[in-house]
Write a protein that binds this ligand. Structure first.
Ligand SMILES: *Cc1c(COP(=O)(O)O)cnc(C)c1O
Length: 412
């Protein structure tokens, strides 16, 4: 950069906001670790987004459920704005006046004794793994460095090297080894496989109650109840990753409430901030997060006052607007309509609340492109699955319109 030019002058010189130019810049200067649909979003409100050419689209992904409350929710914006010019970051070297209030809200809302706030989802997963291992050594008396965690095949828990190391998805792992040892796989829905995989060194069983990235895979009824009992009998922590399934998405506040169980640990993220800011947290009984002592674990941004103010507002919206019940009602309606669509392209339709999947006999990408051209943004997962996950605040009329578009594309 010539010394005489300021950064703002350089930025100012970029081409005007034309979609094709912006896409070309992104492709030239950014790493290609995503394959986005070519819609360049400039603003959003509620369930709708607008591209740089002023076209509007209904968002049927909701940033992987991070905007359950809808884009730019005014109540969260107000909390964000209020806090952002008071104080944003203190680090945990000092206390701040927002963290205690978030911790209390999380306790009152969920019943868990304690919480540990982090930023991204995968950091909270890593935090839960560390807590479970430390619990294994200090409480369960597992011999040093022998702790094992059981996970499901087809899991998705994020992208750090430890976490992709226990993925069963070849692409997530390939080229990134060597990996952290101490993880074993069992298939979802097979309680006997879990029983057989447990050893005296097992400290935890970590799973998504519904597997989102794998294509909204729902375990058979009773499975979670059975694994909860197996974990209890064997003194194994049950850790549920509710980063995507939690906070109203499946029609309950937590997906595990469909089976009336209580896990030892639950991991949340995504909609915990309503899309304003990365906020995640681990919630647990005192015996688990209680294993951490000063210096054992930390994060510069975790628990910062801006994050906490935003998270409190985001949680309040989910409760005040009864978004879990809304998800249940609109989800039932959507599933019933999807099941009536007669199309040779459909292999299966499934869902829980406003979290639905259409599994196709054919690649999903061209259908997602066709839906985009009709103003509906959906993203394929695993080549042949279209995931439907609109913001939970979606109007019923907008949902109906979206289902009309889906039906039209599937029966064209
Ligand atoms: C998105 C997701 C994560 C990872 O969250 P990041 O914020 O992307 O790190 C972990 N687990 C589940 C179930 C998720 O859906």
């Amino acid at each position: 950069m010539p010394a005489s030019e300021s950064i703002s002058q350089i930025v100012f010189k970029q081409p005007s906001a034309q979609a094709a130019d912006l896409i070309a810049i992104e492709d030239q200067y950014g790493a290609h670790n995503y394959h986005p649909l070519d819609v360049v979003i400039e603003r959003a409100a509620g369930a709708w987004v607008w591209d740089v050419d002023g076209r509007k689209y209904l968002d049927f992904l909701a940033a992987y459920s991070a905007v359950n409350q809808g884009h730019c929710h005014p109540a969260i914006l107000a909390a964000f704005y209020d806090q952002v010019h008071k104080v944003t970051l203190t680090s945990r070297a000092f206390r701040n006046d927002q963290l205690p209030l978030l911790l209390k809200d999380l306790h009152d809302l969920t019943g868990f004794d304690m919480a540990l706030p982090m930023n991204s989802g995968v950091e909270a997963v890593e935090t839960a793994i560390k807590a479970a291992r430390k619990w294994g050594y200090t409480i369960k008396a597992i011999p040093a460095d022998q702790a094992e965690i059981i996970v499901l095949s087809n899991n998705f828990h994020g992208r750090t090297t430890t976490v992709v190391g226990f993925s069963s998805e070849q692409q997530y792992r390939s080229g990134f080894g060597p990996f952290t040892p101490g993880f074993r796989h069992v298939p979802m829905g097979d309680a006997d496989a879990l029983r057989a995989a447990i050893t005296p060194n097992t400290c935890a069983f970590l799973l998504e109650p519904i597997q989102g990235e794998a294509g909204i895979l729902i375990p058979p009824p009773g499975y979670l109840k059975e694994v909860a009992a197996i974990c209890r009998e064997n003194n194994v922590l049950l850790i549920l990753d509710e980063i995507q399934s939690g906070l109203g998405r499946t029609g309950k506040f937590f997906a595990y409430q469909h089976e009336g169980i209580t896990p030892d640990v639950v991991i949340i993220g995504k909609a915990l901030s309503g899309g304003y800011y990365p906020v995640s947290a681990v919630l647990s009984r005192r015996a688990v997060l209680g294993v951490f002592h000063p210096g054992d674990h930390g994060s510069t941004f975790g628990g910062n006052p801006l994050a906490c103010a935003v998270a409190r507002a985001a949680l309040k919206v989910i409760v005040d607007e009864d978004l879990a019940a809304r998800s249940a009602r609109l989800g039932d309606y959507a599933l019933t309509r999807l099941q009536k669509i007669k199309s040779p392209l459909i292999h299966a339709v499934r869902g829980k609340g406003l979290w639905l999947a259409i599994e196709l006999n054919t690649p999903a990408r061209p259908l997602c492109e066709a839906l985009k051209d009709r103003g509906l943004l959906c993203k394929e997962t695993h080549d042949t699955v279209i995931r439907l996950a609109p913001p939970l605040i979606i109007e019923e009329a907008d949902l109906t319109w979206a289902l009309d578009q889906i039906e039209a594309v599937l029966t064209a």
